[in-house]
Ligand binder design. Structure first.
Ligand code: NAD
Length: 477
């Protein structure tokens, strides 16, 4: 079942202007399973013109009508979930059950923002003189350029697109070349639901070429990027040079703090699931496990046992818990993180190597007593590697949690309300999950601080990113 993915521009599927394509590879087998069209500058210019036209149509439509179309798209996505999940798994590697959850969350995201469209309220501000009316209006910012990565091929788009469309913006999405099929199905659901031509446009190609053309372009009024901190800083600089508003959802290096008084069953359930979901390729995955001295050995022993019980395999196999990594770049990166940590004194408890000869499988890996100068303790591993260290005091744990420039997700486990309250105030992160793991629902703001980026996706905050404020002050008569 080869899937050949085209560009979607001005309401039509089409090849790139040059006819060139890129191969799509199944990470579980390394087979070429399809192609994706490669956009040239002429295609990007066509997408820009379409987005300009689409913006005029879409912003003129009532929020009520826009919401109806988004809800219809959500329903189509749910109807087509089985088929789209298989496409996602074959291209990206995650277990089908995870792909289905992702599609269901994307549908919920469309539904939630469909409602939020109707709540983009302005204000009436009391005037200082009689007969004056001060209105604060919220207007869509304009055509958006969104750059989304391969780890959650649909959801990374849904979070940006749902809010942008709800606000009345048009959008050009540069989706991941590694996993283009499910993003194309997501866009198809929107088109089939009645989104007018030009409102959503989908391109693939050479990421740096596309961002270098779209971000400075005068028609584009807002940028949203999800990906690594290094690339995010480049794109933010480009956006700044051209005075474009930007949302940056970048890397993380989440601490997971387990206190002596924690419910270890809960900590293990949450942390094993969050660590190895999507083979660890999530910006919110727990990475630095900090376990208080009295429970350290017990936690480590049980964490190792739970990790060993995970079944590694092709995501198409319903028994699989952990699929392959999405691309061979991650294998090389993870091997080098492990070698460096061991060289610097860490103890490799399990895993640490590629698994099998075919497919980009990497064994779930646990390293203990990892020194803070190990690269893995400082750079985002973005894979199935857990670093488990011990700590003595609350202050020591918080100092380590806040040591890095990253500040995206964080996790903590304690039965003390006082400890939980102190953590909530002192952890430098965009998200703090205490005895819990529910970080990414459509109604919740997701985003980072420090090098993890700026702006929120999810929640009413996400709408603000696509709205501009206009003051109208008017004297009667
Ligand atoms: P990468 O830094 O090369 O790319 C990350 C993402 O940015 C990819 O989707 C890529 O297509 C895109 N990209 C790269 N250069 C670009 C440019 N000039 N303009 C526009 N887009 C560009 O790394 P990678 O090997 O693909 O992924 C590994 C790293 O990326 C990880 O270490 C992780 O930090 C980060 N990442 C983060 C997320 C996230 O959810 N925040 C998702 C995927 C990858």
């Amino acid at each position: 079942m080869a899937v050949d993915v085209s560009l979607f521009i001005d309401g039509a599927w089409r090849p790139g202007a040059s006819g060139r394509t890129l191969d799509v590879i199944n990470p579980a087998t390394e087979d070429v399973i399809g192609t994706v069209a490669r956009a040239e500058i002429a295609d990007l210019d066509a997408a820009l013109a379409a987005a300009q036209k689409g913006f005029a149509v879409w912003r003129a439509m009532s929020a009520f009508e826009r919401g109806k179309i988004l809800r219809r798209a959500a329903a189509l996505l749910r109807e087509r979930s089985e088929k789209i999940a298989l496409i996602m798994t074959r291209e990206q590697g995650k277990p089908v059950k995870e792909a289905k959850v992702e599609i269901s969350v994307a549908a919920d995201t469309l539904d939630w923002f469909a409602e939020e469209a109707r709540r983009a309220y302005g204000r009436v501000v009391p005037a200082r003189a009689p007969n004056i009316t001060n209105l604060v209006l919220k207007e869509p910012v304009g055509p958006v350029a969104a750059f989304t990565p391969w780890n959650f091929p649909i959801n990374q788009i849904a979070r940006k697109l749902a809010a942008a469309l709800a606000a009345g913006c048009s959008i050009i999405v540069k989706a991941p070349e590694e996993a283009p099929g499910s993003p194309a199905e997501f866009i198809r659901a929107l088109a089939d639901a009645g989104v007018p031509a030009g409102v959503v446009n989908l391109v693939f190609g050479v990421p740096a070429e596309i961002s270098a053309h779209l971000i400075p372009h005068p028609l584009i009024r807002k940028i949203s990027f999800t990906g690594s901190t290094a690339v995010g800083k480049e794109l933010a600089a480009l956006a700044g040079a051209h005075m474009k508003r930007a949302t940056m959802e970048l890397g993380g290096h989440a601490p997971a703090i387990v206190f002596n008084d924690a419910d270890i069953d809960v900590a293990l359930r949450v942390l094993v699931a969050r660590k190895f979901r999507n083979a660890g390729q999530a910006c919110t995955a727990p990475t630095r496990f900090l376990v208080q001295r009295d429970v350290y050995q017990n936690f480590l022993t049980r964490f190792v046992a739970a990790t060993k019980a995970l079944k590694i395999g092709d995501g198409l196999d319903s028994a699989t818990d952990v699929g392959p990594l999405a691309n061979p770049r991650r294998i090389a990166a993870l091997e080098s993180f492990v070698a460096d940590a061991v060289k610097k004194g860490a103890k490799l408890i399990i895993g640490g190597t590629r698994q099998g000869h075919k497919g980009y499988f990497f064994a779930p890996t646990i390293l203990a007593h990892v020194p803070t100068n190990a690269r893995a303790m400082n750079e985002e591993p973005f894979g199935p590697i857990a670093l488990v260290n011990s700590f003595e005091s609350f202050d020591e744990a918080v100092t380590e949690a806040n040591r890095l420039a990253y500040g995206l997700a964080s996790y903590a486990f304690t039965s003390s309300a006082a400890t939980a309250d102190a953590l909530a105030r002192q952890i430098e992160a965009g998200m703090v999950a205490i005895n819990d793991s529910h970080l990414s629902s459509p109604e919740l703001p997701i985003g980072g601080v420090k090098d993890s980026g700026y702006g929120s996706e999810g929640g009413p905050e996400a709408m603000d990113a696509y709205l501009v404020t206009k003051l109208v002050t008017q004297a009667a008569g």
